[in-house]
Design a protein around this ligand. Structure first.
Ligand code: GAF
Length: 380
């Protein structure tokens, strides 16, 4: 059954009648990894894989929600003490609480939801879920008075305060603000952003999912952030956005070797984003691709958020002559993002599947993604 029909018909079965339908997207990020919480630049876009929810106020002070994919139901109140047990429901509870904390309105509602953003693949299914509900509750209870940046911050605060992930703003920003056929360069310090048309004629983005489970709440993601903050503090600056290699080298003996390499990656990565944006405007995909490979090397060796399987996929991409390839998102599993010339796509996918299967005993999943719109309402 199609996603939309599934969400609507489950709503009718569970709650009777119909609600209003909303969706928000997963994301890719062409370049700019672990730069968001360092005040740097990121370059994401929303994709054609979404979380979709059917929602209707129920006139009570209770939220009743059914996750179709997980086949689980949760019911909770809207006070801080009412936090549900199930981790998937905490994303929705958190969004409600963060809206209320900001003086917004949320009352009881019924909802069903499902999605086609693969879970744990580094495509931000959690940000899509948060953004879908933040967007919907803004529409249903707040007359759309909360601006879109604040909706992204509501999702981010949900991660911090209810899900244990000290994430930056990139994923929620991309999920809310995404625009069809456009990537967005976001300056995470000023929050200024610019759309960059992205519809290459001779390349496509192919994601290869190692199926190594990626769970940021259980990963050392928060430790990476803490390393960056320690170095920034030592340098007497607010974030690594204001650091360069000369500054870092000057304090090299005062910080651990590990913190040094974490900061080195971030300093190099923030410059790479700007280089890639310029190259994209000039149609210079070779430079874009070279930067992607540099990012992978940095994430693997200096930031240490890759894993054997993703390094293997990166090597296979290189051997196949793929223009650019790198681990994408927070790391510790998930996907590589590959910028591949059209004529190479079938043979690259075939080789990656075969070689990976020979080595790890299972095939990776493959997704071709289209850059699409972010959070939106589907029915009136
Ligand atoms: C995860 C986080 F949620 C983002 O904020 C970002 O830091 C990313 O990892 C790494 O670039 O997706």
């Amino acid at each position: 059954m199609e996603l939309k029909e599934k969400v609507i018909s489950t709503f009718a079965d569970r709650f009777g009648g119909e609600g209003t339908l909303y969706a928000s997207a997963g994301r890719i990020n062409l370049i700019g990894e672990h730069t968001d919480y360092n005040g740097g630049f990121v370059f994401p876009g929303a994709i054609d894989k979404v979380i979709m929810a059917d929602i209707r106020p129920n006139g009570t002070d209770k939220v009743r929600v059914y996750s179709i994919d997980i086949n689980d139901y949760a019911e909770f109140g809207l006070n801080e003490a009412d936090a549900p047990e199930a981790s998937w429901a905490r994303y929705i509870f958190g969004v409600c609480r963060e809206i209320l904390k900001r003086g917004g309105k949320v009352e009881g509602f019924d909802a069903t939801f499902a999605g086609d953003v693969p879970l744990g693949a580094g495509l931000s299914s959690s940000a899509a879920l948060e953004s879908c509900f933040a967007f919907a509750l803004n529409d249903l209870f707040n007359n759309n008075s909360i601006d879109k940046f604040e909706l992204a911050r509501i999702g981010q605060s949900t991660e911090h305060n209810y899900c244990g992930v000290n994430c930056g703003i990139m994923d929620q920003f991309a999920s809310v603000m995404g625009k069809k056929d456009n990537l967005m360069r976001l300056d995470c310090r000023s929050m200024e952003f610019e759309y960059f048309p992205f519809k290459p004629e001779d390349h496509k983005l192919v994601l290869i999912d190692s199926r190594v489970k990626h769970e940021l709440a259980d990963s050392p993601y928060n430790k990476r952030r803490a390393s960056c903050e320690r170095v920034a503090k030592r340098l007497g600056i607010e974030t690594l956005r204001d650091a360069d290699m000369a500054m870092l080298d000057a304090v090299k003996t005062d910080i651990t070797a590990e913190d040094y390499f974490r900061a080195k990656f971030v300093i190099e990565e923030k410059d790479r984003v700007l280089k890639v944006c310029d190259a994209l405007v000039a149609g210079d995909y070779d430079t874009v691709g070279r930067c992607m490979y540099e990012t992978h090397a940095g994430l693997s060796k200096d930031y240490e958020v890759s894993c054997e399987e993703l390094d293997f996929l990166n090597d296979v991409a290189k051997e196949c002559g793929v223009t650019g390839s790198r681990i994408m998102g927070g790391g510790f599993g998930g996907c590589t993002i590959n910028l591949v010339k059209n004529e190479l796509i079938p043979s690259f996918i075939e080789t990656a599947k075969t070689r990976f299967n020979e080595k790890y005993g299972h095939e990776p999943k493959v997704y071709e993604v289209i850059i699409s719109d972010g959070a939106h309402k589907i029915t009136e």
